[in-house]
Write a protein of this length. Structure first.
Length: 143
């Protein structure tokens, strides 16, 4: 049996944690933290296969966290979905031009969130398979 993928939700709203839990458990292993600082602590000792990131949080903004996490080799390619209640045009433009893989506006419909997660995991699997294929081709050239 495959291990469940770990999704880390970073949001300072406990109600949002409950909503994510209702949408994602038992299909995924959901971990929740209240701040970017808590997320860094979690990621220093554990792994996440995908991150759900609120932007408007106290102390460290989600955008600052995103910049920091993308500078760590382990998390350069981990799928990150910005999930925010801000639907302003300027905010959405900044979010879409960030290094996040997708942007969803709260309240998020459960099927939209699940479809987005599945699409990102499928893209990641396809990229990994493509990379493996190219590595294999490189070895066959050596013979």
């Amino acid at each position: 049996m495959d291990e469940k993928k770990i999704i880390l939700a970073i949001d300072d709203n406990a109600q949002q944690h409950r909503e994510f839990k209702a949408m994602l458990v038992p299909q995924y292993d959901l971990r929740v933290v209240m701040s970017a600082t808590d997320a860094v602590t979690f990621l220093n000792t554990s792994k996440a296969d995908l991150i759900l990131l609120d932007i408007e949080m106290p102390n460290v903004s989600g955008f600052d966290f995103l910049d920091d996490i993308r500078s760590i080799p382990t998390y350069m390619k981990v799928p990150i979905i910005i999930v925010s209640g801000n639907n302003g045009a300027e905010f959405l433009a900044k979010a879409k031009s960030s290094t996040a893989n997708d942007v969803l506006v709260k309240p998020v419909m459960p099927q939209v969130l699940l479809d987005t997660i599945e699409r990102l995991f499928a893209e990641e699997d396809a990229a990994r398979a493509d990379a493996s294929r190219h590595i294999g081709e490189g070895f066959s050239d050596l013979s």
